[in-house]
Design a protein around this ligand. Sequence first.
Ligand SMILES: Cc1cc2nc3c(=O)[nH]c(=O)nc-3n(C[C@H](O)[C@H](O)[C@H](O)COP(=O)(O)OP(=O)(O)OC[C@H]3O[C@@H](n4cnc5c(N)ncnc54)[C@H](O)[C@@H]3O)c2cc1C
Length: 480
Amino acid sequence: MKKHLSSLFVGILVASLVVGPMAAAADLTADVVVIGAGGAGVSAANYAADRGARVILLEKMPFPGGASLLAAGNLTAAGTKLQEKLGVEAPAGEFQRQLEEEAVFPYDAELVRVHAERSGEALNFMIDLGVEFWPELMELPYRHKTVDPNTARFIKFALDAFKSKGGEVLLRTRATELIMDNGSIAGVKASASDGREMVIGTKAVVIATGDFSANQSMMSDEYKNALGFGPVSSTGDGILMAQAVGAATVNMDKAVFFGNAVEVSPGQAGFSWGRSLCDLGAIYVNSDGMRFSKDVMNSAECAQAMHDQEVQGKAIWVVFDEAIKNDLHAKDFPTLVTVWDPETEAKEIEKGEHIIKADDIGALARRMGVAPEKLQETIDNYAQYVKDGQDPEFNRPSFARAIAEGPYYAMRQRIGIYPTIGGLCIDTKARVLDDGGQPIPGLYAAGDVAGGVSTNGRDTLIPAMVYGMIAGEEAAGLAR
Ligand SMILES: Cc1cc2nc3c(=O)[nH]c(=O)nc-3n(C[C@H](O)[C@H](O)[C@H](O)COP(=O)(O)OP(=O)(O)OC[C@H]3O[C@@H](n4cnc5c(N)ncnc54)[C@H](O)[C@@H]3O)c2cc1C
């Protein structure tokens, strides 16, 4: 017993010695460190600074914003200044009910309630910063739309406001590890812009690092081959850092997926016009050289059909000829993939990795890795269906033209995901919970990095901001 106590004492002494020099050796100190300058992070940083906290905001990229730079500005909220001005009743309780009715993923009803209750405040925060909204609602009573095509200016305005309150922003600074002292947050390790490791001493950390759609190693088997539709910064760092100090996660195998993705850079998805090509006469075939769907589908049907093939380990191609390609261009789609310009497309065709061009079906099939006779049979059958105006296999609803004259094309189609739905378990105070459901002292999370908030994977910027605001308030309160 005596030996046990003395080793316990030595343990405590060692722990305090370790913590003491660490705190003394900290390169910087802050009341609150926020990791990630997206919508959740800039909201947390402002709310904490408003409450008198000394805040440092870390951002690993050379520019702030993450997915929040790309958000299309479709924002749902209850109790906004615009709704008030228009005399539109938008009760938070009703909003919560609607969110729960639209649920596709498991969620925590309390987290949804708080999101609904403070959604108006989040949108008003944007308005007060100077973000402009169209004067009418897009959909009654909750859907607002920014005048800008995206929310990049929200990030700029929020960061300007934060800096004017004395807040410090460190770009190109990647948080790498949480430092603990007796089970509580004591600091953050980060790799600075010059590659140096730095330590920031703090008692409160807000993790706002976004989702993990750009990190295939964190995907469940179902999405192992999926490409990321979100930003390249979405590598799940915050989840990994928090898990290392005992945080629990939820819904890690869930994601929103889309079809018609093409790999435009390693692991990253770009939208192709595969669906439009099918409207104009193209067909989808799998690696067996066979059709697997009615080709002409809405985006949800298309995503599901492609997902089903990918789960079976089959590659998917959209196959068409020069005439169909020309029809697409004539409809004001200059390229086959939204983010390609004609020059990039020409290079991609030459490379032949994501899009293959060949003078005859046999050559096309061989480069696709498909049996030539099978692909020929599929294209011949389809030509007959076009002639008959009837598709006995899949009941294709419309036939623009057959795949007739070469050159022929096959464009590889993949599943793209964004956002991943899973993340850190939090409570309504944005506190990160451990496996026992207990808050980890000093650790908060908000935005796409947190799980259990979004019921349907849509309109996720306002809830990111709501929990960012709450995390900022709570973290500043802890520091006082
Ligand atoms: C194309 C697109 C359109 C969208 N449209 C809408 C829409 O119309 N309406 C809507 O409500 N939602 C929309 N969304 C979703 C919305 O943008 C996100 O839910 C929201 O922006 C998430 O905010 P966040 O702060 O959690 O993450 P992010 O905005 O992704 O921010 C995370 C930040 O953390 C940084 N980071 C990550 N790891 C580290 C680290 N280790 N150290 C330091 N920094 C780190 C990242 O670089 C990034 O800047 C859209 C998303 C996309 C991709």
